[in-house]
Write a protein that binds this ligand. Sequence first.
Ligand code: HAM
Length: 420
Amino acid sequence: MSTFQAPKGTYDLTPPRSATFLAVREAIAAPLRDSGYGYIETPGFENVELFARGVGESTDIVTKEMYTLTTKGGDQLALRPEGTASVLRAALEANLHKAGNLPVKLWYSGSYYRYERPQAGRYRHFSQVGAEAIGTEDPVLDAELIILADQAYRSLGLRQFRILLNSLGDKECRPVYREALQTFLRDLDLDEETRRRIEINPLRVLDDKRADVQKQLTDAPKLRDYLCDACKAYHEEVRALLTAAGVVFEDDEKLVRGLDYYTRTTFEFVHDGLGSQSAVGGGGRYDGLSEMIGGPELPSVGWALGVDRTVLALEAEGIELDLPYTTSVYAVPLGEEARRVLFGVVTGLRRAGIAADFAFGGRGLKGAMKSANRSGARYALVAGERDLAEGVVQLKDMESGEQSAVPVTEVAAELAKRLG
Ligand code: HAM
């Protein structure tokens, strides 16, 4: 292994591609910020217990994929595999739910860790932007979140994504369904591990990708037929609100999701250009999670969108984001004195809010102008001894190639005018 190689299943974000990641995070966050969601940040690790209880002891995420560690002090910690349990924990700790302003609407952006088998679109370190609306049971809230994710993806220009929607029922009707499903599954011809899964998490068996398993599932009882009236009405309302908003979705009664905390509304955003790791985002309602981690009853709903996969989706659709160059002015000094003077000019420009960069290291005109070009700057400032003797710098428009001498003292004002 080379010393310079990032750990297996991880990769670095470096310029220029990293700019796209920042823009994607920003595009997902923008509609949330505009809709009353406040920013929250929680630690990159938590007590293992939080995820074991919250995400679920029967999930792959907890049993196989968690990075756990014991601290020197003997605490059992886990790198966070997801954000929802942490955000709810933090909201409870800060008593945000008691401020009399429900739902508590929060958004977050950060790194998550799962010890998965790496493949295209599946990493051991990945990045999500997420939103959680805590403490309110209202189909409008479920609809709001789905609409905002749709809006975020559309603002990036994405079109080849689909929204899959399902209801997983609640604590009244799901146990009845679970039992019916277990009875059905126990009669099938399945391997030992799948048999164990029937007892711990039978709904996950429906998610089995193997053809021989799927073949046996054709006549499995359907959750839809077991939903109680309240869950049915809730789901119909969410569907109607999405339709009224012009958001197209597909009913997918096989959509189970890999985390245990979901109740009622669940959804996934899938992109058709990504191969097997097609889920770019997902979420749903988790009315029981607060109680599962020891809190009061706080029905909630949220989602997380994967930044890595969203970037892959952009690439799959051939979308290049219109990212403006960050540097407006590039200064090229020729000689010692010019270095001091131009660096002073650059500092002044920066303080005036004009993005400027500088040819460091005393490079020759040719190499420095190449850097100026590469920076995407609209203007270059060039100055040599003769210019300084006359108290001017050469201001070059990199688009038209036109060049004119401008007094050093007027450069900032002139650039401010030209750059508008
Ligand atoms: P999740 O479906 O596990 O949900 O993850 C959400 C998104 O994170 C996925 O759709 C995917 O884009 C990305 N993601 C997950 N694992 C990986 C990976 N190994 N490599 C790359 N990307 C990945 C949750 O995490 C829930 N906390 C969502 C939620 C919020 N539910 C309610 N509120």
